[in-house]
Design a protein around this ligand. Sequence first.
Ligand code: UFG
Length: 327
Amino acid sequence: MRILATGGAGYVGSATVRSLISQGHQVTVYDNLSKGHRASVPAEILITGDIADADQLQQTLTEHQIEAVIHFAAFIAVGESTEHPNIYYQNNIANSLTLLEAMRRTGVQKLLFSSTAAVYAPIETGSLTEDSPKAPDSPYAFSKFAIERMIQDFSQAYGLGYTILRYFNACGADPQGRFGENHNPETHLIPLILQVPLGQRQNIGVFGQDYNTPDGTCIRDYVHVDDLADAHVRAIMAIEPGSSHTYNIGTGQGHSVLEVIQAAEQVVGQKIPHQFLPRRPGDTTRLVAQAQKLRKELAWNPKYTDLKDIIATAWQWHKNHPNGYDD
Ligand code: UFG
């Protein structure tokens, strides 16, 4: 299939692009490189462009005879979104509308969209199904929820076929250590933990110790980026004009922040000191997926089920690239 990946030079995007290419798809990456990395994708498939640019988008869709779009391009930091909602509403919501319009005008009928578990209402126990109540509270979460709605409305009105994937906590790296997580600034737990054994920070701050969980720290569902990528490959193949699907992507297992630190200690073979800090605004007690639907309908079967194996791939990447990509 001829596929356009907006934001395809980002962390999850570039992992998916590698999987798609390995399966024989013809992929074009469309990325403004504001967050993505040139070195994470083959140079010959990268178009440096912004999803705000309707003309360049339409030209790209037409020239490359694109049959399906995977829309990764978005800002993803919850905290930043509360300080600067304007850029989240512009980049995530308004520019996604520009993309949907460009697709409509050029007759591209298939869309796979990267959404987030942050759209769900908070839970204290159990796990989240795709039908669990929604209550996106940060501008980031709301922006993703609004895009979901725009996509549904475009599907109803114009026959767009779509699949929405709600990610839980993406983590890990290419097992050969060539590609991995590199956000700037980094806000994610696993790369920050690994900065301690790399000698880049003295300890890891733990945001909150009074959550309603067995050890008082937040629980998340950590899913390896290559398993996420595999879900995208399966999902894009299954989209038909007019079809509509929504799936959680998570392992179904929850780990507290302290458990992640302990697992990292086992992987790197040294103690990783932590200090408790106040709760981080916007964090929720528990995000754990019910991902049966994805397993059942798309035969998705995550390869990484042990958190230590996931962290080992991240450790390999960060050891090889202590300052991330060089670009
Ligand atoms: N945490 C710490 N210390 C840190 C960083 C994180 O204790 O220095 C904790 C957080 O409080 C949270 C857990 O580690 O409990 C995971 O935090 P991350 O920042 O790694 O991930 P989040 O769960 O906050 O966010 C992820 C994505 C978001 C998305 C969200 C819900 O990065 O884009 O999942 O889908 F919105």
